[in-house]
Design a protein around this ligand. Structure first.
Ligand code: HEC
Length: 125
């Protein structure tokens, strides 16, 4: 039973440590600062808008759903997960301005410049 000897260190390095890192990086994670996230001033302004208007329904850094779907990596995929619309600035701007079914629109609350800032932030997710 020689193999048992190296299975446990391997189990530790291959399974346990990544699991701990994954857990640590998950929900228990403290809020990272704009600097830690490497946000430029426009993206940081967008993050503030996100916190004010979007965060209560959409998770930015976890794939967990809230009232709406997670927006983690929203621009990294070609299509939006719920609507299947292309994940691009045009569609995103429309969703933000006019809303979608259970989501209200923000065209009355945010200026075009603010929507640009918000998009810049969404691209960092
Ligand atoms: C009151 C809760 C709520 C708020 C606030 C909200 N949303 Fe939503 N959002 C939703 C829901 C619910 C959906 C799913 C709508 C549907 O059924 O198509 C959604 C859908 C979306 C979608 C499309 C997702 C997909 O996969 O098709 C995007 C993008 C989005 N929201 C972005 C935002 C942004 C950006 C903000 C902030 C300006 C925001 N939402 C604010 C609830 C909300």
């Amino acid at each position: 039973m020689n193999s048992v000897k190296w299975i446990s260190p391997c189990l530790c390095v291959c399974v346990v440590i990544p699991a701990i890192l994954a857990l640590a990086g998950c929900d228990v994670e403290r809020r990272r600062s704009d600097a830690e996230l490497g946000l430029n001033p426009q993206q940081a302004a967008g993050r503030q808008l996100y916190d004010n208007y979007c965060d209560r329904c959409h998770e930015p850094y976890s794939s967990r759903g809230k009232k709406g779907p997670s927006l983690k990596g929203v621009f990294k995929k070609q299509y939006l997960s719920v609507s299947g619309l292309p994940a691009n600035d045009e569609r995103m701007t429309e969703i933000i301005k006019y809303g979608r079914s259970k989501m209200e629109g923000f065209g009355q609350v945010m200026t075009d410049q603010q929507i640009q800032d918000l998009l810049a932030y969404l691209h960092t997710l």
